[in-house]
Design a protein around this ligand. Structure first.
Ligand SMILES: C[S@@+](CC[C@H](N)C(=O)[O-])C[C@H]1O[C@@H](n2cnc3c(N)ncnc32)[C@H](O)[C@@H]1O
Length: 200
């Protein structure tokens, strides 16, 4: 990440943490540091959100960049905005966004995109769906699964089913879930975990 000032900058580490590989008392189950390499597939032409733009970026990738480097209400500037991925992400994450685009067709495309109903970002860092091993205690697992959806799958409602299937594959069952959205509360914290800002 490049910053203008060596000390005065925004970096929201908690918002881009990734699930731990193992449940451990000593692990920060709020998530591990995200590392330097983030892997995303491109947006395939068969995907519903695919725009008629040759280099459309995955919303999930821009989501992580916006979450890490800005806060709600901040201003985000994309000087080469193309199909409007950054504007769409900022719209959903409560940031203001200014896009600059030389091609009027892409400006119109962006306006159409921003008017569409939202049902989740079109892509996700695959690590966000991984289920930690060694969650053998049923109470701890139940609490963790609930928190996982809140921490890692917000704005990715479409990925919750796959996450739950992986829980069931590893642990034999998943507590049945009513079709509800991932919780939105910012202050949610579990009774069964303690969280350390320094944990990895
Ligand atoms: C790599 S694409 C951006 C893709 C975008 N991130 C998305 O997800 O759709 C770069 C865009 O910059 C636009 N562009 C190129 N030169 C420009 C300029 N001088 N001023 C504004 N936009 C420009 C192009 O038309 C193109 O749509």
């Amino acid at each position: 990440m490049f910053t203008k000032h060596p000390k005065n900058f925004t970096f929201n580490l908690d918002d881009i943490r990734v699930p731990q590989k193992y449940y451990r008392n000593v692990n920060n189950m709020r998530g591990a540091n995200p590392g330097d390499v983030w892997e995303f597939s491109h947006i395939h032409y068969c995907q519903g959100n695919r725009q008629a733009h040759p280099t459309q970026k995955p919303e999930g990738l821009i989501e992580r960049i916006v979450l890490a480097s800005s806060s709600k209400g901040d201003n985000v500037l994309d000087l080469f905005s193309g199909s409007g991925t950054t504007q769409r992400v900022c719209q959903q994450l409560s940031r203001n966004c200014t896009g600059v685009e030389i091609n009027p067709e892409y400006v119109e495309m962006t306006e159409d995109r921003l008017a569409q109903p939202f049902s989740g970002f079109d892509s996700i860092d695959l690590r966000m769906k991984r289920v930690p091993f060694d969650l053998s205690d049923p109470d701890i697992r139940q609490e963790y699964v609930k928190q996982h959806k809140h921490w890692f799958l917000k704005n990715h409602e479409g990925d919750i089913e796959e996450f739950e299937k992986e829980v069931a594959r590893l642990y034999g069952h998943v507590n049945t879930r009513k079709k509800t959205k991932a919780p939105k509360s910012e202050s949610q914290s579990g009774d069964l975990f303690t969280f350390s800002q320094l944990g990895t």
